[in-house]
Design a protein around this ligand. Structure first.
Ligand SMILES: Nc1nc2c(ncn2[C@@H]2O[C@H](COP(=O)(O)OP(=O)(O)O)[C@@H](O)[C@H]2O)c(=O)[nH]1
Ligand SMILES: [Mg+2]
Length: 336
């Protein structure tokens, strides 16, 4: 067979692979769930063959409302996403759900307490659910999530709802990819402070106060409004605050309305600014991932990274010179 490297430079060099890709592409566009699954698995594994597929799918994406749902663990994101997806599916929308939450019950991993079961959602033909593994990933989470969203979008899923824990830069990067971000807070936990810390407040388009069956709802709403008033002028108009009790579905229709209103206004100035931000976040995420892969896969010898970790931990080396030395190989390592 021909050399993989030359193939990478000339994407159409193997007509066989190309026709396979075209077939998968057609099936994805037809809404074939098996084809979707296959493509997403390839993306998750960062399989090289998924790249030509993504290149072809990208221009066909951009129609779906991409909704990020973020908030602390246990705030009720999965329950909300479940209700929301079911509500859209009930009105003939074909919904995509991506869970980027390591503790998410979609993943089938350890399920805490009475967390909602997602199996009925997975059996809903109008809803395609997929979870993303977050462990052991180096820099690629946001990029991989963006690719999965692209596939679902091109497959006609609309909305595409992404659940993610709002902690850590990786997660914030994921949220930035969404056209609309929903921040879930719960009363009585000093949430105002939590939200500020994560930098989530600035990127929230819609705020949900979930667990409104608990005390402290008014206090939280006042704290939120006070923070909007303090914010920059970019917060005009103030983002809507929706009260929900996700466990019994209360407020989900109002949340859906708020999401749809934003989606309808996507060509207004804030929507355009957000799309530009999303494109920027996407390019940044992809550059970070590619660079990390280049360094870890191509520049470092086997075991070299762990050896450097040991040396830095023992203070035998400093991380600055390690990074300088490794990046130096990009400049000097190129063939003439
Ligand atoms: N009391 C109450 N519990 C809720 C509500 N929404 C979700 N929960 C519960 O909160 C827990 C965490 O919910 P989950 O959706 O898994 O949260 P996630 O970690 O943010 O995805 C579960 O036990 C839910 O049943 C609500 O509105 N009121
Ligand atoms: Mg969850």
């Amino acid at each position: 067979m021909d050399d993989d490297r030359s193939h990478a430079l000339t994407p159409n060099a193997r007509p066989h692979a190309a026709s396979e890709t075209i077939e998968l592409l057609d099936r994805i566009e037809d809404g074939d769930a098996r084809a979707l699954s296959r493509a997403i698995t390839a993306i998750e594994n960062r399989a090289p063959e998924c790249e030509s597929l993504l290149r072809a799918l990208y221009p066909r994406s951009g129609r779906a409302a991409v909704v990020g749902v973020t908030g602390s663990p246990g705030s009720g994101k999965s329950t909300i996403v479940h209700r929301l997806a079911a509500a859209y599916a009930a009105s003939e929308r074909r919904v995509g759900v991506v869970a980027v939450d390591p503790s998410s019950p979609y993943s089938g991993g350890a399920i805490l307490g009475d967390r909602i079961r997602m199996s009925d959602l997975e059996e809903n033909p109008g809803v395609f659910v997929r979870s993303m593994a977050t462990r052991g990933r180096l820099g690629g989470l946001a990029a991989a999530t963006a690719d999965v969203v692209t596939v679902l979008d091109a497959a006609g899923r609309d909305p595409v709802i992404v659940e993610t824990v709002g902690v850590g830069q990786d997660e914030v990067d994921v949220v930035r990819l969404a056209g609309t971000s929903v921040v879930v807070l719960v009363p009585g936990m000093g949430d105002d402070v939590q939200a500020m810390k994560a930098g989530i407040l600035e990127i929230g388009d819609i705020f949900v106060i979930n667990k409104c069956d608990r005390p402290g709802v008014d206090t939280l709403e006042r704290a939120l409004r006070a923070m909007f008033a303090l914010g920059e002028s970019t917060r005009m108009p103030e983002p809507p605050i929706v009260r929900t009790i996700a466990t019994d579905g209360r407020g989900i229709d109002a949340l859906r309305d708020a999401i749809d209103r934003r989606a309808a206004a996507r060509d207004a100035a804030p929507g355009r600014a957000r799309r530009r931000q999303a494109a920027r976040a996407r390019l940044t995420a992809m550059l970070e991932e590619r660079l990390a892969r280049l360094v870890l896969d191509d520049l470092l010898a086997d075991g070299e990274f762990e050896a450097a970790v040991d040396a830095v931990e023992r203070r035998e080396r400093d991380p600055y010179s390690v990074v300088d030395e490794v990046l130096g190989r990009i400049r000097f390592g190129r063939p003439e």
